[in-house]
Structures are given as C-alpha cells and as structure tokens.
Design a protein around this ligand. Structure first.
Ligand code: 5GP
Length: 314
C-alpha cells in the first residue's frame, strides 16, 4: 500500500484520451506523453485529480486521470491477453509508448515523479529516430543564431586547415582519452571510428549552453542520462515512425530493407529510452515533423525551468 495523499508533480509517460475511457467517473483530463501534471488529489486508488501545466505554472485545465496503479494493473492484464503486435489500436484510451515484450519482462512506468529545476543555461537538444540528421541540419541552417554544435575530442591527427579547439580538441594521448572514457564522467559519449577515438565532452556541451545556444548533439539515448547526471538537462525528442512505408517515403534513396532496419532500430530505441524523452513526435511528412520539433523546443524553452526526475515515491 503505497498510495500517497499529498500533492505531487509527475511527468506522463503515456498518452491518455478520456473521451475513449468509458469507466471515468467525471470530467477527464486529456494529456500527451511528456506533459507535466500536478496531481492535486491522489487519495483514491483508481482515479486522481490533476491539473496540466505548461512550462512553468500556467494552468492548462483540470480533471480526472487514471491512477498509477490503475494504469499499470490494466496494462499488465491487457498484455496477458493480447499477443503484442508492435502497434496499438487507434481507439484505445491509453497509449503507452514503450514496446513491451512480455508482461514479466516489462517495467511499466506510467507516471514519473518530477521536480522543477531553475536553469541558468540554454538546454542542449538531442534528436533521435529516423530523420534526425536532416532535422538537425535544417535547424542549424535555418536558425544558426540559436543552434550550434560543440567541439568534439579526437585522437586522430590534425589535418591541414584544421584548428585545435575549433574543429576538434586534438588529443595527444590515446591512453589518456581511453582512461577518461572508462573511468570518468568527462565524456557524454565516445566511440571509435577508423581506428581513432572520438568523444563529446560534458565541458564542450556546457560551453555552448553557457553562451545561451542550444547545443545540437549527435549522440545515442545513453547520452541523455549522462547529461542529466552532469546537470545539463537536454531537450530530447524522439521521432517515432508510424510505419516502415513512411520511412521509405521520407527517404527514397534507401532500400526497403534499410527502411525496415531503421524502423526496427526506432522500435528498440523507444523501448530502451522512452523514459528519457522529453517528447515523442509523429507525423506524415518531414516538414510536419520539423515544425513539431521546433514547437517542442520553443515550448520547452519558454521558461527557464526544466522538470527533472525526482526520487520521490508515488
Ligand atoms: P573526421 O575524422 O573525418 O573528421 O570524422 C570522422 C567521422 O566521425 C565523420 O563521419 C564525422 O561526422 C564523425 N564525427 C566526428 N565527431 C563526431 C561527434 O562528436 N559525434 C558524432 N556522432 N560523430 C562525429
């Protein structure tokens, strides 16, 4: 019995449409993945009362939402009866964003407790999923005053015309960089390419953030957690492809096989990292997705706070 009575703030990790939920005992509150909810009354086991926040404090409406216990119980029951197909029916009231494999295996997280953190820097931006490279290129091309990339470290020799500290931080000792990668939190992410080490340092990201630019990062989902631990809370946006065909349509240069691989990769990324995403975006065209990405970044940057995971029990 962990039902708590006091009010708290949570981040919704699923989408809820009360108009499709027949059991709801009153006016429901619709929300999307990533919305911040102020739970004002959690004394009932099944239904909570909540208000939706926008950015800092603006009230976006009040209503009833399913409790954590209700959502998680229902999802486990559903998973026991339905052989999972990799997609959800459009008419469901609840669309959870993770991809469960078996009821035992999945750790269902419906709401994540969060607290408000004041920020003194501009948040880095991580885009994941199909189209990420194109979206990042377009953001820099269209808004070079707002978005920047940071200077990576590398052990490869400097080429003519390259400037240390501008193109790369050229590292003399591969052993030292390997040690830093293995034993310190100096790098957000690092890897080997053509026999050389490359890495993005926390400090390089921080330098861009402190100059009040969004640092656009080309990293994996693991880096989101690293940045959070370094107290640089990124805006992380996952582009969720609805179908394989859509990926193929977005990029006619790839083969159907590559489109399938990209889709499978997105499914795995969503399963592994959904809890770390600020927002999950779907859309029919690259233009629509680009617009939505910009909207998420703008709304997340509208106030100087970030809602970050807390250890509170709910
Ligand atoms: P080069 O040694 O030719 O400058 O870079 C080798 C490859 O590593 C290129 O494909 C380049 O885009 C990639 N690369 C260099 N730095 C980074 C980085 O910080 N992050 C990622 N994801 N790729 C990088």
């Amino acid at each position: 019995q962990t039902t708590q009575k006091k009010s708290c703030f949570v981040r919704a990790l699923f989408e809820y449409d009360p108009s499709k939920d027949s059991g709801i005992p009153g006016r429901g509150l619709a929300f999307k993945f990533g919305d911040i909810l102020h739970v004002t009354n959690a004394s009932d086991d099944e239904w909570w009362q909540a208000r939706k926040l926008k950015g800092d404090t603006v009230d976006q409406g009040i209503g009833i939402i399913p409790s954590k216990r209700r959502i998680e119980r229902k999802e486990r029951a559903r998973m026991r009866t339905v052989k999972f197909q990799g997609n959800y029916t459009e008419s469901a009231a609840v669309s959870l964003h993770f991809i469960p494999f078996t009821p035992e295996e999945v750790n269902i997280i419906s709401y994540e407790p969060v607290f408000k953190q004041e920020l003194k820097y501009t948040r880095p931006v991580i885009i994941l999923g199909p189209l990420k490279d194109r979206i990042c290129d377009d953001l820099i091309a269209e808004h070079s005053d707002i978005f920047e990339t940071c200077v990576p470290h590398t052990t490869r020799p400097r080429k003519d015309g390259e400037v240390d500290g501008r193109d790369y931080h050229f590292v003399k000792s591969r052993e030292q960089m390997q040690r830093d990668i293995n034993t310190s939190m100096m790098f957000v992410e690092a890897g080997e390419y053509n026999g050389n080490l490359y890495g993005t340092s926390v400090q390089a990201v921080k330098e861009v953030a402190m100059r009040n630019k969004h640092c656009l990062l080309d990293v994996s989902g693991n880096a989101i957690k690293r940045l959070q631990q370094a107290n640089l809370h990124p805006i992380s946006i996952f582009i969720k492809p609805r179908t394989i065909d859509l990926i193929f349509e977005w990029n006619k240069k790839i083969t159907p096989e590559q489109a399938r691989n990209a889709f499978d990769r997105a499914v795995r990324q969503e399963h592994e990292f959904y809890q770390l995403f600020t927002a999950i975006i779907t859309g029919d065209t690259p233009e629509e997705i680009f617009t939505k990405v910009k909207e998420v970044i703008a709304s997340q940057s509208a106030s100087s706070v970030a809602w970050v995971p807390s250890n509170e029990k709910i």
